[in-house]
Design a protein around this ligand. Sequence first.
Ligand SMILES: [Zn+2]
Length: 161
Amino acid sequence: MTDATSACVLCRGAEGDPDLGRVQVWEDRLWRLTTAREGELLGFSYLEPKRHIPHLTDLDGEEARTFGPVIGRISRGLKAATNAEIVYVYIFGDGIPHLHVHLAPHREGDPLNTSMIRGAVVETKLPSGATAIVSRDFPALPSSTHEPVLARIRQQLATPE
Ligand SMILES: [Zn+2]
């Protein structure tokens, strides 16, 4: 174990779960799923690799190859087990630097919504049927600031890793 992993609560596996108010409900060779045993939501879960992979940007190897099938299976299982309408998925990474995917089964009337934006939020239905969610506290940036970023993303992804 390196210093990074020995200090990491998620690398402690099931031993670290009580400190996080959760319990393991599934595992395979590479992944484990834990679920909160308290709180305002039923079935709020965390999928994480057993190996210390800090962030989604570090995902590689067998975990990268199995991520899609695993998260699909887990989401279907959580949805069915909790009678959820949908399962929200969040990855943040600025708390504990060991990749963990938050899976939140969502039902009408629970505390969840789709907002992850600071300030007063305004929702606007678009002609496409999608909903634009913007903060009144953060005005839209001019398109001249978006264009160079779009170009850099295209350039970055056109280059094989
Ligand atoms: Zn770790």
